[in-house]
Design a protein around this ligand. Sequence first.
Ligand code: DNO
Length: 358
Amino acid sequence: MRMVFRWFGDGNDPVQLKHIKQIPGVEGIVWALHDVPVGEEWPMDKILAYKRQVEPFGLHLEVVESVNVHEDIKLGLPNRDRYIENYKKTIEKLALVGVKTICYNFMPVFDWIRTDLFKELEDGSTALFYEKSKVSSMDPDELVRQITANPDFTMPGWEPERLKRLAPLFEAYRNVKEHDLLDNLRYFLEGIIPTAERNDIKMAIHPDDPPWTIFGLPRIVTGQDSIRRILSFVDSPYNGITLCSGSLGANPSNDILAMVHEFADRIPFAHIRNVRVYGNGDFIETSHRTADGTVDICEVVRAFHNIGFTGYTRPDHGRHIWDERCRPGYGLYDRALGIMYLWGVWDTIERMKRGGRK
Ligand code: DNO
């Protein structure tokens, strides 16, 4: 298990590299050029500038999250070939600075969604929360009407830029069904995986978050069967997944341990965090501790240990604790605590396997 930590870059993230460096066992950051518009080729000078900034701290840049996929690719529009070419060029450039894994997602229109970014937990900390009925009761047409009529309309986790394009995007997806989206993902993978292979970069698709259909939009990375299908589209170790215990764990019928075992040689990257799922389908992101949530983090770590996992791991999200002001879900303190929990479990398993010796 190689521990890494997501960092959004100077000016974008109050967390500092010198503090990340002090978390035990963290060897690199998970990064992206957040200011490059989706679909465009990443400029080499910006990639190199990022590298120059991070490397003095002794942290590597081997994991990128995310090189986002243009909607024209997801929609299968004629323009997609141009965007796929740009994607390939970005892969080639990232290889030049030592990137080994690229995390991406294939969710239409939205990335992750929550209904409250600062929901209070019993201990006074706050965390990302999803109220299922709030989202499922929202009719997509009504949503688009509200957004069009009210430029200030927003929901947590939605960037204003994305919202501006929302109405036309919803329209574009009106006739796109799950099998279309799958076909478009297959086309994308057939286009990029040979480049990833040549450049020794493992592609790691992130599960949909939450892992079910929202606002009538198709979602295709939701559980074991769908992941198996996607991995079969291009049968190469370079076509892999980001196994995210929190995203998949929001649906308690997902068997995360079975997935770790089944997809063992196709997981270049793991996001390990806990989530507490309520009976009505709502969920909140708790501390990493097994006792605090629905996902058995000890067993997840044990499963990774059992498969001899040598991929990258990040603690994913954390709560907001100790009055920290940070990006929602991405504070320093709780993610650092999460890392120590993960190491604690990992090191204990390791020691037990060696018969108690250091
Ligand atoms: C949430 C993250 C996701 C993830 C992308 C991967 O904080 O786990 O935004 O980065 O879906 O492309």
